[in-house]
Write a protein that binds this ligand. Structure first.
Ligand code: AMP
Length: 125
């Protein structure tokens, strides 16, 4: 039957920018790849280090990922630390998951922002 949940998911993946980057159909500056994750530099960096770490599989946000695949979530978080250490900011960095349009999420394929290399204020804006 057309129009079901599987169809909706297929459409979401087909339209997804980060699925395109994972598939290497859309160029990106990749800084790390594992079986489960891909890390690449943000096209509009907000700090000297601004890397996005995403899962290769499509999940809408971090909560959906946590419910669906704890192993991939752990792999994503490990990769955040590796990326920060590789950029020399392992002692001071921030990991952000914007969740929902109201919180600034604009790409609905889970990704952590790894930010650092400058002072990071608190509370965040
Ligand atoms: P968010 O708004 O939290 O969903 O984060 C999406 C991020 O993706 C933003 O920081 C954008 O600058 C970044 N972005 C959008 N398009 C690209 C792209 N083609 N390559 C790398 N980063 C991108």
């Amino acid at each position: 039957m057309a129009g079901g949940r599987a169809d909706d998911e297929e459409a979401a993946v087909a339209d997804c920018l980060f699925c395109g980057i994972v598939a290497k159909e859309i160029p990106a500056t990749v800084v790390g790849e594992t079986d489960l994750t891909l890390a690449f530099r943000d096209i509009n960096p907000q700090a000297p280090t601004h890397v996005l770490v995403t899962t290769k599989a499509h999940h809408e946000d971090v909560g959906s990922l946590a419910s669906a695949d704890a192993e991939a979530l752990a792999a994503l978080l490990r990769e955040c630390r590796r990326v920060a250490e590789a950029d020399g900011i392992g002692d001071a960095y921030r990991v952000v998951f914007n969740t929902g349009a109201g919180a600034g999420q604009s790409v609905f394929h889970v990704h952590a922002h790894v930010l650092g290399g400058r002072g990071l204020g608190w509370p965040p804006g």
